[in-house]
Design a protein around this ligand. Structure first.
Ligand SMILES: *Cc1c(COP(=O)(O)O)cnc(C)c1O
Length: 402
């Protein structure tokens, strides 16, 4: 079948919750993807910041094959070796104490919210605690995660959401202070806002939030689902800020393609959860955790984080050149291999043109091109990306002059 035939069937069979790009991806190798017509694409999206280690990674695939042949699933009624090992690796990388594995980022957020509420409940036996979240944040689409997602457009039709959620301005400490009451049990934010447009937290802001939390025994939840796992140049982005969260959520690149997430807590908070308080059938199953284990091993063997720090400056340089060259390119934001290029025009047409030329990019908000490539990209790949994107900008400028 041709790509178009698959697309036609898909549009009849799948719930129409996405306006998809008109390609059918079929296989991948390194940082390249191929569609069902055999066309090659340089991938600067990595399945939305997921496939950090690149496609058809032999070490990764082999670990999964071995685990498939051994044991895929057991439930959480028993222990399994990959989950034990994966939890220990996450503890070591984060300096935090206890891990709960989930199937997605959204579920990690749900768990984090529940843990924060339980912690507060144990302190005062009341149930009307409040959570402060940030405007323009993104934490997921389930009703709990949606409730702390600062985007009215996503929320409106699905109200009522969970109660007791207030919103503050990201990177504005005073606006957070204004929302704090006796009832505040948690503050949740992305260390680097992803969907909202690639906005890193400012150091003074995050440190200020940490101080507010310390003073009032409020739980700080840092969402590292997109910015975590080495993407910004440290294993977790908060490790660059001199702060530590009480609860952290991870997913996306944690499994590098196998659906797995986790919420991770420090002991003081973690011990609020008791048997029966939370659960999952699939979460932390042997296959998912074998992926997590191998990901951590491959990060270490391949010095992935060092590599991110080596190449990300070059990416920034290439993007800065575009700002100088084209009026429609306004500014750049981000850390490491999580970059946003803000345009003065909607990004969608640029992304479609790039796709035609064999470059996969995604947006983060209307006017922002998001670059979240596999972490194994080299200078040569960055050059190839820049060449295509420059061509696209030139084409667009010519169109606009007509
Ligand atoms: C993607 C994302 C989520 C949701 O994760 P899913 O795995 O899609 O459920 C939550 N928070 C952030 C910051 C994300 O980028």
């Amino acid at each position: 079948m041709t790509s178009q035939e698959y697309i036609d069937i898909a549009e009849e069979a799948l719930l129409h919750t996405y306006n998809r790009y008109q390609i059918v991806l079929d296989r991948g190798e390194g940082v390249y993807l191929y569609d069902t017509d055999g066309k090659r694409y340089l991938d600067f999206a990595a399945g939305i910041a997921v496939f950090a280690l690149g496609y058809k990674n032999e070490g990764y695939n082999e670990a999964l094959i071995q685990q498939i042949n051994k044991l895929i699933h057991t439930s959480n009624l028993y222990y399994n070796v990959p989950a034990v090992e994966a939890a220990v690796k996450i503890k070591k990388a984060s300096g935090m104490d206890r891990v709960f594995f989930t199937n997605s980022g959204t579920e990690a957020i749900e768990g984090a919210i529940k843990l924060a509420r339980k912690y507060a409940y144990q302190k005062d036996n009341t149930t009307d605690h409040e959570i402060i979240a940030m405007q323009h944040s993104f934490h997921g689409r389930s009703l709990g995660a949606l409730s702390v997602t600062g985007n009215v457009k996503y929320q409106e039709a699905f109200k009522p959401l969970i109660g007791g959620v207030k919103f503050a301005e990201f990177n504005d400490l005073d606006s957070v202070k204004e929302q704090i009451t006796e009832k505040t049990c948690a503050i949740i934010l992305e260390t680097v806002q992803g969907e909202g447009g690639i906005y890193p937290a400012e150091k003074e802001f995050l440190q200020g939030v940490r101080e507010l939390c310390d003073k009032r025994d409020i739980i700080l939840i840092l969402d590292e689902i997109q910015c975590g796992m080495g993407r910004t140049g440290t294993m977790f982005a908060w490790q660059q800020y001199g702060v530590k969260p009480d609860i952290m959520t991870v997913a996306k690149a944690l499994g590098c393609g196998i659906p797995v997430g986790a919420f991770v807590a420090v002991e003081r908070v973690a011990k609020a959860m008791q048997p029966g308080d939370h659960g999952t059938t699939y979460g932390g199953n042997p296959l998912a955790c074998a992926a997590v284990n191998r990901v951590f091993e491959l990060f270490e063997e391949g010095n992935i984080i060092e590599h991110v720090n080596e190449v990300s400056g070059y990416l920034e340089e290439k993007l800065e050149e575009m700002i100088k060259k084209y009026d429609i390119v306004k500014t750049r934001r981000g850390k490491g291999l999580m970059q946003g290029l803000e345009l003065t025009i909607p990004a969608q047409d640029i992304i479609l043109k790039a796709l035609q030329k064999g470059l996969i990019l995604i947006t983060a908000g209307q006017n922002i091109i998001r670059l979240v490539p596999p972490l194994i990209i080299t200078k040569e790949h960055i050059e190839e990306m820049a060449e295509i994107l420059n061509q696209v900008f030139e084409l667009k400028m010519m169109e606009m002059e007509k």
